[in-house]
Design a protein around this ligand. Structure first.
Ligand code: HXC
Length: 270
């Protein structure tokens, strides 16, 4: 197997060492891509973590890589976010091993490009089930422990629903709902000391979102016109994660942090 190349290595020391010592992260979708990078960043700053996903082999390999890269513990638990009992089991295993949950990343998502005319009812529902109901199920399973720790949630959303994005009706509906769920969580649970925010990544190099789901996935190809002149990197999302979980963000809740190099504001001329 190829050696693990950390996607966050050269940004891992931006924040104070030991920022999250003694904390525990619970992350759905943490076995790969953006959520794996987010998990690595939180672990790098001292937290132990549980990563949950559908593919146990990949999860175990990722947990091993993350533990080696950070010197922290990482527990891999197989679980489908559409199944509340599987999430409750993953939470129970986390409490058994680490004793607490401080941070939750709701990151598990499903996506594919499909026109309305080519998308079955089940296809639409599948993405709502994974992204939206899965987020709700994750909140339900973790909330009693996050109340105890006065912890914090980050939901991974998108920007595609801010305008009408063709072939993405299912994900647009699902992510708009995720944004709404996060805001309600922030308002209802604020008095318990809980914060809830959304990170909305723009085009991030090397991820499925940029490579499989768009027609211009490669750096320098179709993205040179972005305001910052480059694609995003996983470390950009990881740094936003560390900030939002840190006390530096203690007055920030119910917000959507768009991390997209300014692309949401860009309008083509002509
Ligand atoms: C049309 C499709 C389809 C496609 C699946 N379906 N893929 N319809 N075009 N390309 C339909 C199926 O036909 C089926 O409906 C229904 O969806 C369920 O499909 P299954 O494969 O049976 O479900 P499941 O195994 O649960 O698969 C989940 C999945 C799949 C999400 C649908 O695509 C998957 O596992 N993908 C890998 C994970 C993934 O997508 N990661 C991307 C994250 S990136 P019928 O009626 O035919 O039975 C991301 C970024 C968002 O989310 C932002 C982007 C810019």
């Amino acid at each position: 197997m190829a050696a693990y190349v950390s996607p966050i290595a050269d940004s891992a020391t931006i924040f104070k060492d030991g920022l999250f010592n003694g904390k525990v992260l619970f992350c759905t979708g943490g076995g790969s891509g953006i959520c794996k990078g987010m998990t690595e960043a939180v672990m790098h700053h001292g937290a132990n973590a549980t990563i949950v996903g559908r593919k146990l082999d990949r999860l175990i390999a990722s947990a091993d890589e993350l533990a080696k890269a950070t010197g922290r513990q990482c527990l891999a638990v197989r679980g489908d976010v559409r199944e509340p009992e599987q999430l409750k089991d993953a939470v129970a295993k986390t409490i058994e091993k680490f004793g607490r949950i401080d941070f939750v990343i709701c990151g598990a998502a499903g996506n594919f490009l499909a026109p309305i005319s080519g998308l079955s009812e089940k296809g639409f529902k599948t993405v709502i089930d994974i992204d939206t109901i899965g987020t709700y199920n994750t909140i339900k399973a973790t909330l009693p422990y996050v109340r105890q720790s006065k912890g914090s949630y980050i939901h991974v959303s998108a920007t595609l629903h801010y305008k009408a994005t063709p072939y993405q009706i299912h994900v647009s509906a699902a992510k708009a709902a995720v944004d709404a769920v996060s805001a309600v969580l922030a308002v209802e649970e604020g008095p318990w000391g809980i914060r809830s925010n959304v990170i909305a990544p723009g085009p991030i190099a090397g991820t499925e979102g940029a490579e499989r789901l768009t027609t211009k996935g490669h750096d320098g190809d179709g993205w040179a016109q972005l305001p910052v002149g480059r694609l995003g990197h996983i470390k950009d999302i990881a740094n936003a994660t560390v900030f939002l979980f840190s006390d530096a963000a203690s007055f920030i809740t119910g917000q959507v942090l768009v991390v997209d190099g300014g692309s949401e504001h860009l309008r083509s001329v002509g």
